[in-house]
Write a protein that binds this ligand. Structure first.
Ligand code: ADP
Length: 546
């Protein structure tokens, strides 16, 4: 028997229409390269998003056209988020940090018809445009008097196009499973893979992000989006904020600039910000150096790679900011788990609390988690057993876009293999041990590089570090600690840092050596690239080997 409830589709346009009716006067603040700090309201944003839809029709885009953006976080990018998807077309957000060959691959693979771009990326597009035959026009996201001089074929001006259009347009109704956005994984090995979100998955994920045990967003919040809008839809904030009426603060091209971010937090009364740990390192350093605080900031969602305990404690103890440690991936829209307390964990003290805080948290309602052994058998949720982490749910991808072969990431029951290794405790809190491809196997036993990095990060004098498995003739692999010094005039002593691990991890886990680098290689999404690091360290030999 079916229920007798309305089958109205879950569409992104309903987020926009709701925002327009209920939060029209809420503010959007953007740092821009052409207008300085730009301010306007949700109402104006949605009105201009309708103009975007009209522009796309005028330019003759097909009804399911892929429309690309190569842009920083700002108000025009937000207008494209809504103007493209609400028309039934697919927004393809491109990560400008990809290599040229990867950019060409994804533009051709998705058959983008138009590319909207920030003028900062003019040169990048000029260097690849002759290899992107599907692109009919390049739209510079600026006004007429800031248009770049460029050899790009059919270059148009965003503000000029919008100026010529009406803000009247009825966004159509369609099946909620219609594709809304396309986001490619960064493809550390092989070509990037396309994750194709639907209206339904985006709307449900937006509700989940707002929940109290997720980001707990409301109309009283001001959100600073430090995650790029070209990376998994800035973790969903551009949708959730409009849903509940949180003020939106976009750092534009200043995404990686600690001083600008702190200025925005304090000037705009930011209450919540989300980003990867590498973004917060310089921010915390800048706060310490200048003696500034961030009194309005109550919480930060940190994920994308493991957030070290030292960072969680520094935010809490020095700045009164709660870190919401989260985990997810492009294939999961991205949010899978968030570490918020339950009535028992909030009472933890000392080491028990520290052990708890580094966990990545409980699955959001809607996301099923399980861990399996090498035979695919379920492992217990006892906080000890660890194995392959698999997920299922309405905002998890069911396949990759236009893959020539079926994805091996999904099993027969629809579980998606995340490529992570994890444990889950009896309360449901999941802890990532490693990425499968970064696992260190010493004498046949697994060592968690993330646990070791966590210990090392609380050693004074270490700015950033990574632990990688390097070949060892006796043990197959041993952990090597790679360190970036905070202060090169006072470098960390190898023997001291290795001694620091004693009593904190099993003896045989202690890295066999430490080496120093000026900086660690990062991926296009700001994570330490262990693949590159291992390549850079090729030929390294442990002192006790050979
Ligand atoms: P890409 O590898 O393309 O940057 P994602 O951003 O989707 O793609 O990366 C997802 C991966 O990031 C996860 O599978 C996991 O390995 C890692 N990750 C995300 N959040 C965390 C976290 N809090 N702790 C440890 N690893 C994390």
């Amino acid at each position: 028997m079916f229920g007798l409830m309305m089958d109205t589709p879950l569409l992104i346009k309903n987020i926009a229409l709701h925002a327009e009716r209920n939060h029209a006067r809420q503010e959007i603040v953007s740092v821009t390269s052409d207008l300085g700090v730009h301010r306007y309201t949700f109402g104006e944003a949605i009105s201009r998003a309708r103009k975007v839809t009209n522009v796309l029709s005028k330019l003759g885009c097909s009804s399911d056209a892929r429309i690309a953006t190569l842009a920083w976080n700002d108000f025009r990018h937000l207008e494209l988020y809504y103007g493209v998807s609400c028309s039934g077309r697919v927004l393809h957000t491109i990560n400008p940090r990809l290599f040229a060959d990867q950019l060409i691959y994804i533009i051709n693979h998705s058959e983008d018809e138009i590319i909207f771009f920030d003028t900062a990326f003019t040169g990048l597009l000029e260097s690849i445009s002759d290899r992107c035959p599907t692109v009919k026009a390049y739209v510079a996201m600026t006004s007429e008097n800031h248009m770049p001089t460029s050899s790009l074929p059919n270059m148009l001006c965003y503000e000029e196009l919008l100026h010529a259009e009406s803000s009247e347009c009825d966004w159509p109704d369609f099946d909620e499973r219609t594709a809304s956005c396309l986001c490619y994984t960064s493809g550390t090995t092989g070509n990037p893979k396309g994750v194709l979100y639907s209206h339904r998955s985006t709307v449900i994920h937006s509700y989940a992000l707002c929940m109290p045990d997720a980001a707990s967003l409301s109309a009283h919040d001001a959100v600073l989006t430090v995650v790029p809008m070209f990376h998994v839809n800035a973790w969903g904030y551009p949708y959730s904020s409009l849903m509940v009426g949180s003020k939106l603060v976009f750092p534009g091209p200043k995404l990686g600039d600690a001083e600008t971010l702190i200025g925005l937090i304090n000037d705009e009364g930011v209450t919540i910000a989300g980003g990867v740990p590498t973004v917060w390192l310089p921010l915390l350093e800048h706060l310490k150096k200048t003696g500034q605080g961030v009194p309005t900031l109550s919480r930060t969602v940190i994920g994308g790679s493991a957030c070290p305990l030292s960072m969680i404690e520094e935010f809490r103890d020095d700045f009164g900011v709660q870190v919401l440690h989260g985990w997810g991936m492009t294939e999961m829209s991205p949010l899978g788990t968030v570490n918020t307390h339950n009535p028992q964990t909030i009472e933890y003290t000392g080491a028990a609390m520290q052990e708890h805080l580094v966990k990545q948290g409980r699955g959001l309602p809607g996301v099923e988690l399980k861990i399996t052994d090498e035979q695919g058998q379920d492992l217990p949720w006892d906080g000890e057993a660890f194995g392959t982490l698999k997920v299922r749910g309405p905002w998890v991808c069911s396949d990759y876009y236009k893959l020539s072969t079926a994805s091996s990431a999904h099993d027969g029951d629809g579980w998606f293999d995340t490529g992570d290794v994890a444990s889950i405790d009896a309360n449901g809190y999941m802890k990532i041990t490693d990425r499968t491809k970064d696992v260190i196997k010493s004498g046949g036993e697994w060592i968690s590089s993330i646990d070791l990095e966590n210990v090392a990060m609380s050693f004074p004098g270490i700015r950033e570090c990574a632990v990688v498995g390097m070949p060892h003739s006796k043990w197959q692999e041993r952990p090597l600690l790679v360190v970036v010094n905070k202060d090169n005039d006072n470098p960390v002593e190898v023997s001291e840092v290795l001694r620091f691990f004693e009593g904190k991890v099993a003896k045989w886990w202690i890295p066999s050596d430490a080496v120093f680098v000026g900086e660690l290689p990062h991926t296009a999404t700001g994570k330490v690239s262990k693949l590159t690091l291992r390549e850079e360290l090729k030929g390294y030999q442990f002192p006790d080997d050979g």
